[in-house]
Design a protein around this ligand. Structure first.
Ligand code: GFB
Length: 315
């Protein structure tokens, strides 16, 4: 049974920060089924890193609720090569948006974090309590520290000011709107792109970074969006909540699944000069499940949908 609804979006002005990103655009799609007014703004018109601009926009549009899905994101290489940007952009965006939401009387805010906030060697599946119990994975430490700051902003604004600000920690996401930029994408879109090109160019090999042994959990982004709306309506509390799929897969097995869906029939070869990152980060989603929420999109179905989106929009 679902936890009772405690916050209604009916008739509310709901700001989705980051509506062009994969998570933000999925939240907009999901909110279209609610009786609310969706507010969004292009990055060229409002840079969330500029505090005065954020204050002016909030004063003009007065959102009742905010989904904070904006941020500088990318795969393991983007994190490793642009650490200052990942730290600074995300800190500025979170601080400006959360502080301004508080000052302008926003009723409810949901902050989207990431499963990389947890220690590199956290006990699996990772419970929410693992936060700050050990050292982070070095390849994404700056991003993780920014996301931990976001969690703490929500927690402390609630404690000191009584703001109803909550945080959700999603596992690795995929689906429509993903970034396929070679070199900076996350593993799943990167492998779809490479396998597709290898097939088209009749190459004999599909290269997979690292040892192939790290395990990752993937959640279809429309499921994440559904969980975010569910939490906005049904959760109020200082603890961040994990949002996961419930199962993970080794990168080598993921590559084989992608090759199969794409129709690439050559060999899969590993490139051990590339980093593995954290060995495993499967989330414990017991708390969210106890509230009545579960993902709906099966992993192989989600992969097929992601490939179809890639064919229609990227390839
Ligand atoms: O998706 P990914 O970049 O992010 O990499 P993380 C996951 C795993 O896939 C790593 C391997 O072990 C990579 O070595 N991999 C294999 C590849 N081939 C490829 C490839 O072609 N491209 C990429 N990107 N990886 C990120 C964090 O960590 O996940 C972020 O850096 C964030 O901060 C995000 O948390 C969700 O899961 O390792």
């Amino acid at each position: 049974m679902n936890a009772p609804a405690i916050y209604s979006l009916k008739g509310k002005r709901v700001f989705v920060a980051g509506h062009r990103g994969m998570a933000g655009s999925a939240i907009v799609r999901r909110l279209e089924r609610e009786d609310c007014e969706i507010l969004s703004i292009e990055r060229a018109a409002l840079d969330l890193r500029r505090q005065g601009d954020v204050e002016a926009w909030f004063a003009a549009h007065r959102p009742h609720a905010v989904f904070l899905a904006a941020g500088t994101v990318g795969g393991i290489m983007a994190n490793a090569t642009r650490p200052a940007e990942f730290l600074t952009d995300n800190l500025l965006i979170e601080l400006n948006t959360i502080e301004t939401a508080y000052r302008s009387g926003v009723e409810k805010l949901l902050f989207l974090g990431s499963s990389c906030i947890y220690p590199k060697f956290a006990a699996q599946p990772i419970r929410e309590e693992e936060l700050l119990t050990g050292a982070l994975e070095p390849t994404n430490e700056p991003y993780a520290i920014a996301k931990i700051a976001g969690v703490k902003l929500c927690e402390t604004y609630r404690r000191q000011y009584g703001s109803d600000f909550i945080s959700a920690m999603p596992t690795n996401l995929f689906g429509p709107g993903d970034s396929y930029a070679p070199g900076s994408a996350h593993v799943l879109p990167a492998l779809i792109d490479r396998a597709h090109k290898a097939k088209i160019e009749a190459l004999s090999e599909l290269v997979v970074w690292g040892s192939g042994t790290p395990r990752r959990e993937f959640l279809y982004v429309d499921d994440l969006a559904d969980a975010c709306v569910f939490l906005m309506q049904r959760y109020s509390g200082p603890e961040h909540l994990n949002v996961g799929f419930g199962d993970d897969i080794a990168i080598a097995d993921l590559a084989a699944m992608i090759a199969n869906i794409v129709g690439f029939e050559g060999r899969i070869v590993l490139d051990p000069t590339k980093p593995d990152g954290t060995p495993r980060k499967l989330l414990d989603t017991g708390r969210l499940a106890a509230m009545g929420w579960r993902p709906k999109v099966d992993f192989s179905e989600g992969l097929s949908r992601a490939y179809r989106w890639y064919l229609d929009n990227v390839a």
